[in-house]
Design a protein around this ligand. Sequence first.
Ligand code: SF4
Ligand code: SF4
Length: 239
Amino acid sequence: MRFRYHHPIPNFFKVENPINPLTTISEDLLNELEEFILNKGFVGVSYSKLSDDFKGMWDIDWDNILILKYEMSEDILKMKPSKEKTVLEDKEFQDFGHRTFDIVDFLRKNDFEADLIHPLDDTVSLRSIAMQSNECVITRNNMCMFKEGINLGLFMIKTSIKNLPYKKENDMLWVEDFCSTCGVCIDRCPENAFDEDGKVKRKVCTAHKEGCSKCVLLCPFFKRGYDKVKKRYDRKKVR
Ligand code: SF4
Ligand code: SF4
């Protein structure tokens, strides 16, 4: 999730945080917010409620998180690793970062406190926050995959809203079993970047430096989509 070629995103807030922020959102306004997010070009939104243990571990005092998901352009992903590719990936990242500020402003205008969790801030693991949503898994090729896809970029907003529709159980954990029988990413990695336990060696993988996306493009979840892979997996299990 942390790509070395991304540049910091400047602050684009146009609205200040409210002095006495609200903590409860109505169903109608939540629907309006979700529609606003989709209209900004994101493919979905998930919510994480961070536990006290989690907050203690990372030394943070905020706990209500919106996770905005955008689809990384297939055309860019299909380019060979190069400086040009990383520039385009950063441009896309900056663009969606900019849109995230509009969503923060939407929340502030409606009297909620809201702030971007900066994606390049290493003081807290965004991937760990994503896992708290119970709507994603880490695949063998080290991607944070939600049902919308394996090729997602994420932006996160911390907010004062306490009654977001948090999911209690993760129904995607079967993916770990699927990955253990697949291994396409290991077999086809041009850099031999997997260790003997099938884990990506971050120092060897070139995704974060040159924009390699080969294992994403070859992954069944990218080629067929989450639902089709799940259906086939379930069929095999009942045989
Ligand atoms: S290629 Fe196969 S093993 Fe690798 S992440 Fe995709 S499903 Fe998992
Ligand atoms: S080097 Fe490329 S194919 Fe290998 S793990 Fe990294 S991104 Fe995937």
